[in-house]
Write a protein that binds this ligand. Structure first.
Ligand code: B16
Ligand code: MG
Length: 217
């Protein structure tokens, strides 16, 4: 029986993907090449260092580790400038209503994000208290598609994986939830999130009752 809902941050609760994209694009441009919105899809749910590796490979560059650390730090500074302007207006449509239903249903909640900036973002949009447990990039050793971020969330809530539902917008995140033995709701397109047990375009398109009817079936 479902007891807990585990949420990804970027693309499910807030749209920080656009800020990651703007900061990475600025970095690529300074290095003399560009990245497209289509290429950016590959960076969703992927850690900062792995994202940088994909971008450098895309630009045909191979750099020493020292330089890579410097570039990742620079990108994060630009990203934080954008994040610092976020307010509760940046919460995605339907999130507030959905969370009210989650509380009413007596479900426990956890955040499962590979972002090291996740606590700061929750603070900015005023959603820190919406979660009973927060697992972010500083608490894990393996990023998605490894299930660690979600299995740690379940453990912190004291529930088993089969009692959890994961909400994810990234292919790597859906895979992480499935590998963790959880029911996964994909937020996006069914053509992309093929491994998900249920897919909806956003939390606005779902009710808690409907999710529980499927996860408990
Ligand atoms: P940071 P999620 C992920 O967040 C993003 O989707 C991904 O684009 C980003 O590179 C990653 O966090 C690391 O973020 O640089 O802030 O540590 O989707 O797992 O909430
Ligand atoms: Mg995401």
């Amino acid at each position: 029986l479902t007891k807990a809902f585990l949420f990804d941050l970027d693309g499910v609760i807030v749209d920080t993907a656009i800020y990651h994209y703007q900061a990475w694009k600025r970095l690529a441009n300074e290095l003399g090449f560009d990245i497209s919105e289509e290429f950016n899809e590959r960076l969703k749910g992927v850690s900062r260092t792995e994202s940088l590796d994909l971008i450098l490979e895309h630009g045909g560059l191979s750099l020493p580790d020292e330089k890579k650390t410097e570039l990742a730090t620079q990108k994060n500074e630009w990203y934080l400038e954008l994040v610092s302007r976020m307010t509760s207006d940046d919460i995605l449509p339907g999130v507030a209503t959905f969370f009210a239903q989650v509380r009413k249903a007596g479900l426990r909640t956890a955040l499962g994000s590979v972002s090291k900036n996740a606590p700061l973002i929750l603070e900015r949009v005023g959603m820190t208290d919406a979660f009973d447990a927060i697992i972010d990039g500083t608490k894990i050793s393996k990023g998605k598609p490894d299930p660690e971020v979600f299995t740690k969330g379940a453990a912190e809530l004291g529930v088993s994986p089969s009692e959890c539902v994961v909400f994810e917008d990234a292919v790597a995140g859906v895979e992480a939830g499935k590998r963790g033995g959880m029911f996964v709701v994909g937020i996006g397109s069914p053509d992309v999130l093929t491994q998900a047990d249920l897919v909806a375009p956003s939390l606005e398109a779902l009710t808690v009752e409907e999710v529980l009817a499927k996860s408990n079936a």
